[in-house]
Design a protein around this ligand. Structure first.
Ligand code: AMP
Ligand code: GLY
Length: 420
């Protein structure tokens, strides 16, 4: 079997790597891919958002399956377009991907079907949004409705900054059309857990839990990023919590999507906050998370190719897999300045010094020229380790990251600090 993976980050590197483990998979190709991915999968220069280009590539290369990994092409309807062109594709339809691409859609869904989440209201008018903020007071959370690369969320400790956030989103249109509506939410507190689930619209099965570190700097300081590191499993996420989440969140969400005529077939990422009142949904994503995938897939004891085919055929109940009783950690090495301004094109050295028994390196933003890797994005590399204990996994990842160098490299030194 030959598979095309759409995307080009650390998540896609981990997906390509895991698919290649399957005895049924002969070849994986990737578009646009990156320098690291090109070492295991031939990469093609087609943008992840170029639906026609991706269909042409899938046809020219005669692939058996297309795996659409990132949120943007999913919410633009790439899977629907592939299916219409007669190409087998994995990922939710455009309608189902709304669970991620529209916060008002997902919040309304949760309200209608009694799925626990923060209280909220949706506004199109800046004035009305501001009146609501004043009536509720701080702390309060302001979010752009649409996809804003994880940057459209303002957690405000005072009313003033919440009012400014409304202006930035609705009036200044800082996130473009993603800011046509604004969601104002109750502030929640507690540990955050990422729960990735396989879902074929009839069956939903959780993967092992994980925890992400979204802020750029140590001590959870600085701006929100796509994720600076992660570990799995989360010690906070007990079997008892899993049982509760399955009953009150996972199954009700799948059933709600069926009732709304948006059956969800793909990876459902449930962002949870474990509050004093119980687990509540922070957000849904319609895809594998990044960097969570880089810690979850190394623990998957099973054939990813089999599982995604079972999802497409709505036979997930028959798929057999489990998760290793091990711990994994990833530390993301980013370009200095990320997520704001950063340089690209810096030479990366030391990758050849990585002890492969201790860590794997998933590439996120790299290119390769004459056998030499260069930086090409904000998040550059994810150094991942799997060990018996979390302490060892973190130690291994950190011991190996020290070998790698590029100008202005930045990584957090406190990933999983509470677990060490
Ligand atoms: P989101 O993109 O919706 O996951 O939000 C990004 C981050 O903002 C989350 O990971 C949380 O840390 C924080 N956040 C979002 N919503 C809330 C909320 N209602 N209360 C507290 N923190 C929140
Ligand atoms: N790490 C968060 C996300 O993938 O959205």
């Amino acid at each position: 079997m030959k598979i095309l993976v759409v995307g080009g980050g650390g998540r896609e590197h981990a997906i390509c790597w895991k698919l290649l483990e399957s005895t049924q998979v002969d070849e994986v190709i990737c578009a646009p891919g990156n320098g690291g991915i090109s070492q295991i999968a031939k990469c093609f220069d087609v943008s992840a958002m170029d639906i026609d280009g991706m269909i042409a590539l899938a046809k020219n290369e005669n692939v058996d399956l297309v795996f659409v990994a990132p949120d943007d092409p999913l919410s633009a309807g790439m899977v629907d377009a592939m299916e219409n062109a007669g190409i087998r594709a994995f990922g939710p339809s455009k309608k189902a991907a709304q669970i991620e691409s529209s916060k008002s859609f997902s919040k309304d869904l949760m309200k209608k079907y009694n799925i626990p989440t923060a209280e909220y209201e949706v506004f199109e008018s800046a004035e009305e949004a501001k009146q609501y903020i004043i009536s509720k007071g701080a702390p309060i959370v302001v979010k752009a409705d649409g996809l804003a690369l994880g940057k459209g969320v303002y957690v405000c400790t005072d009313t003033e900054s919440a009012l400014r956030a409304v202006d930035e989103i609705i009036v200044d249109r800082k996130f473009g059309s993603a800011g046509a509506k604004v969601v104002i939410e109750e502030f929640m507190e507690g540990p955050e857990v990422s729960l990735l689930c396989f879902c074929d619209s009839k069956t939903i099965k959780p993967m092992v839990s994980s925890q992400d570190h979204k802020r750029a700097y140590d001590g959870d300081e600085g701006p929100n990023t796509g994720g600076m590191g992660a570990f799995s499993p989360s010690p906070e996420y007990t079997d008892e919590i899993q049982e509760y989440v399955e009953k009150t969140i996972m199954i009700p969400t799948m059933e709600a999507m069926n009732k709304e005529d948006c059956p969800f077939k793909g990876i459902l990422y449930i962002g949870l906050m474990l509050t004093a009142e119980g687990p509540k949904v922070l957000e849904y994503n319609a895809r594998f998370g990044d960097p969570e995938t880089q810690v979850v897939l190394p623990l998957l004891d099973g054939d990813l190719f089999d599982i995604i085919n079972a999802i497409i055929d709505e036979k997930l109940d028959e798929a057999k897999f489990s998760f290793k009783d091990m711990n994994s950690a990833v530390v993301v090495m980013a370009s200095g300045g990320y997520p704001l301004q950063y340089e690209k094109g810096c030479e990366i050295t030391g990758l050849d010094k990585i002890d492969k028994n201790k860590a794997m390196v998933f590439h996120a933003g790299t290119t390769i020229k004459n056998n030499q890797f260069f930086t090409s994005g904000g998040r550059v590399l994810g150094v991942t380790a799997v060990e018996k204990s979390m302490k060892e996994a973190l130690l291994s990842a950190y011991s190996q990251i020290e070998n790698i160098h590029f100008d202005n490299a930045h990584y957090r030194t406190d990933i999983g600090i509470k677990q060490r």
